[in-house]
Design a protein around this ligand. Structure first.
Ligand code: AMP
Ligand code: MN
Ligand code: MN
Ligand code: MN
Length: 301
């Protein structure tokens, strides 16, 4: 069962009161995309971090949901799992991530979009591999594919390969030197992706009964003018919510995001974007919505 019933959700979250009934984290990854943990291990970690409501939002796949839900049911774990996805989209030359929450993972529209996005990922990965081969790393595609296994192949897999093989000092350097794009500046192995549009992502999420959330609006390196344009475009295409709270945000950034929500009548979401354990962030850490925000989960009750 993917969709929340109207009965169980209010039991977990009565109001935006700091979540006395447990913590909420609506953005996380597993090894079904570029996360480091299996869905089961992620659930175990969420239990340890006292998460009451968790969304798995892997890049362009929903494969982790059934695995995690079966594990939760089999072990009778007290976590409300929200089905989710993080869809890569293209807008005005930027890559914008749209999170879908509380979706029916069996919906044909969302699965059709996933199939197309997976083809785009595979094609891009092959071309990235060709470019990295020209940089002196002939096995990069093969190794990244191996690392991704059955899951969505991402640039993070390439970055990890370059890092593990000692070609770069950190994964971030792999982006800075080979895989990334900064403004109009593209690195040697950057490949322009052929993602769907924001409109297509929102439409598929709605077809699957879910809410469409713009992921981490502060991370796109957009000027204030362009960020507003993006939010207006998202709203015009029926987007529902902004990710107002991320772990590494300062209060001013949070206030700016809240103001956009109020100005454009958007709901607010929050999530750690957890990939694997590290020093800087973890599941549920530093996540509380501002009082004036309309929580995205209010759409589900
Ligand atoms: P992709 O969706 O294939 O473009 O892969 C992007 C993923 O790489 C992101 O979801 C991040 O998890 C990871 N990543 C880490 N550092 C960076 C960076 N500097 N730029 C872009 N992606 C990064
Ligand atoms: Mn990622
Ligand atoms: Mn993202
Ligand atoms: Mn993410």
């Amino acid at each position: 069962m993917a969709l929340l019933s109207t009965i169980d959700f209010p039991l977990i979250i009565k109001k935006n009161d700091g979540f006395s009934h447990g913590r909420i984290d609506l953005h996380s990854h597993t090894h079904c995309s570029d996360g480091g943990l299996s869905p089961q291990t992620l659930i175990d970690r969420a239990v340890n971090y006292q998460i009451a409501v968790l969304a798995i939002t892997d890049h362009d796949t929903t494969a982790g949901f059934d695995i995690a839900q079966e594990y939760i049911s089999a072990k009778n774990i007290p976590i409300k799992l929200i089905s989710g996805i993080e869809i890569s989209t293209a807008w005005q030359g930027f890559e914008i991530h749209i999170v879908g929450l509380n979706i029916d993972v069996n919906n044909t529209a969302i699965q059709q979009l996933i199939t197309e996005q997976q083809q785009a990922r595979e094609q891009r990965a092959i071309t990235i591999g060709e470019k990295l081969a020209k940089c002196g790393f002939p096995d990069a595609y093969h190794d990244a594919k191996n690392l991704a296994g059955e899951g969505s192949i991402t640039r993070a897999h390439f970055a990890k390969v370059l890092y593990q093989q000692g070609h770069v000092g950190t994964m971030q350097k792999a982006f800075d030197q080979y895989l990334g794009k900064k403004g109009r500046n593209t690195q040697k192995a950057y490949v322009k992706p052929t993602w769907c549009s924001i409109e297509e992502a929102v439409t598929a999420i709605h077809a699957a009964g879910g809410s469409a959330v713009m992921a981490h609006p502060i991370r796109y390196d957009l000027s204030a003018k362009w960020l507003r344009r993006l939010i207006v475009h998202f709203k015009e295409n029926q987007g529902d919510a902004l990710e107002v709270v991320l772990p590494q945000m300062n209060p001013q950034q949070r206030q700016i995001m809240l103001n956009y929500c109020l100005e454009y009548d958007l709901h607010a979401s929050m999530g750690s974007d957890f990939h694997q354990p590290n020093k800087w962030s973890d599941l549920g850490r530093n996540l509380t919505l501002p009082d004036d925000a309309k929580p995205v989960w209010a759409m589900w009750t």
